[in-house]
Design a protein around this ligand. Structure first.
Ligand code: 8YV
Length: 352
């Protein structure tokens, strides 16, 4: 009991948020057991939570509030690991201030552009991600965005809900066909390939740009372009699935939108950072793009107001992987990585 009180006092004095909540019991565990302590930044799916609580001493965030940088650093005091999402940013500055006790960051995400990998290496912190398990979910979302943008689903939904739907005619709310059109995929990794699989059901002609050409069994007849600029004129639909790197940041700029056929549709379920928003808005306003379906934005969750104001955008709130099965699998994958690390093995999904 004494130990419990002093641990709570320590955490309070460090300014760790949520300490007055029902989580005191769980927060306490790390002061009393020999299990590794994991700071979990966001609320996890129930099944993942249960496994976490069984195997680790967890510091949780029951209110699921976004940590500020300073609160995150304070909350990590004495923790052995952090299990964050893409909502927390691990910059050089954060790594420099993180307690030395933190030896691994096991992300609950496949994307890790929120982590400065070079800084992690410099500070000797291992970083893992959760590949594979969310490819199908993200591909489903991509098809949803493609159809939603092409068939004006957002506009139609808003019209019905607002009570503004008054009439019907053959000219009413006409969109673009998806079936049989050309789909360009930028980044033909696991998600890009899963999107191509689904798009084949729409008899789409698949083009892709990737650093390396895929083997014929993976390519399945898709047309490889060794340069993005060469691919763009062939894209009635362009879907982005590349990682954010110095090379791909803002890769869809004004010059590249200009290379698309008139009336093309852009889909982004990857990261906002690969698109230059000014160029995107211009292309949507001018009609160069018929529409855009977007799930990932610059400066999330503060979506560019110009994208919100446009009728020809179909917008989702970064829900690419948001189904129960996938979120469970992502959490288990993050825990597998922690388990391996604390058992002295190499985590399967190590990226730094
Ligand atoms: C995740 C994603 O849900 O895994 C990713 O990279 O973009 C999403 O689908 C999210 O990032 C969880 O942190």
């Amino acid at each position: 009991m004494e130990k419990r009180a002093s641990a709570l006092d320590t955490l309070r004095s460090l300014g760790v948020p949520h300490i007055e909540t029902e989580l005191e019991e769980e927060t306490m565990a790390d002061a009393t057991s020999g299990k590794p302590t994991v700071l979990v930044t966001r609320r996890l799916p129930d099944a993942v939570h249960d496994r976490l609580m069984r195997d680790y001493d967890a510091r949780l965030n029951p209110e699921d509030r976004l940590y500020t940088k300073d609160a995150l650093i304070r909350a990590a005091e004495g923790a052995d690991a952090i299990l964050p999402c893409h909502t927390e940013h691990f910059t050089e500055e954060v790594f420099a201030s993180l307690p030395k006790s933190v030896r691994i960051i096991a992300n609950f995400s496949v994307g890790y552009d929120h982590v400065d990998v070079a800084a992690a290496k410099k500070h000797g912190v291992v970083v893992t991600n959760t590949p594979e398990v969310l490819s199908d979910a993200t591909a489903e979302t991509t098809i949803l965005l493609m159809l939603g943008a092409a068939r004006r689903a957002g506009e139609g939904e808003r019209l019905v809900r607002s009570g503004g739907w008054k009439d019907w005619s053959p000219a009413f709310m006409v969109g673009r066909a998806v079936t049989g059109k050309r789909l360009g995929i930028l980044g033909m990794g696991r998600v890009g390939q899963a999107v191509a699989d689904l798009a084949r059901a729409f008899r789409m002609e698949i083009h892709y740009h990737n650093r390396a050409r895929l083997s014929p069994d993976k390519e399945q007849g898709a047309v490889w372009h060794d340069s993005l600029n060469d691919m763009l004129p062939h894209c009635d639909f362009l879907s982005l699935h590349c990682n954010v790197t110095e090379e791909t940041r803002g890769i869809m700029n004004a010059a590249r939108f200009a290379l698309l056929p008139d009336g093309a549709v852009l889909v982004n379920a990857a990261r906002g950072a690969v698109v230059d928003d000014d160029a995107l808005v211009d292309a949507l306003e001018s009609g160069k793009l018929f529409a855009a379906g977007i799930d990932a934005y610059n400066n999330e969750p503060n979506v560019d107001k110009r994208l919100i104001a446009l009728d020809n955008t179909f917008l989702l709130p970064h829900v690419g992987s948001a189904n129960r099965e996938t979120r469970d699998a992502m959490g288990f994958r993050a825990l597998d990585n922690l388990d391996a690390f604390f058992a002295g093995r190499e985590p399967g999904d190590r990226v730094a």
